[in-house]
Design a protein around this ligand. Structure first.
Ligand SMILES: [Zn+2]
Length: 63
């Protein structure tokens, strides 16, 4: 079953890592403008994904 939220999360992570590998400005503690934007997009999609995981687990009788 395709999972749009999860796919977006993986894609955002991938995009960020690609930039991180290619960018000479970005480090683990410091990001360039584009790196910051990509990191932001990644954390947002990660939050959305994890939040959904939480709400699914919290539902009674979901299995
Ligand atoms: Zn960068």
């Amino acid at each position: 079953m395709p999972d749009a939220l999860y796919q977006r999360y993986l894609k955002a992570l991938d995009t960020h890592l690609d930039h991180r590998a290619a960018c000479t400005t970005c480090t683990n503690s410091r990001r360039c403008r584009e790196g910051g934007r990509l990191w932001d997009a990644f954390t947002r999609s990660q939050d959305a994904y994890l939040e959904r995981q939480r709400s699914q687990r919290g539902k009674p009788n979901s299995r």
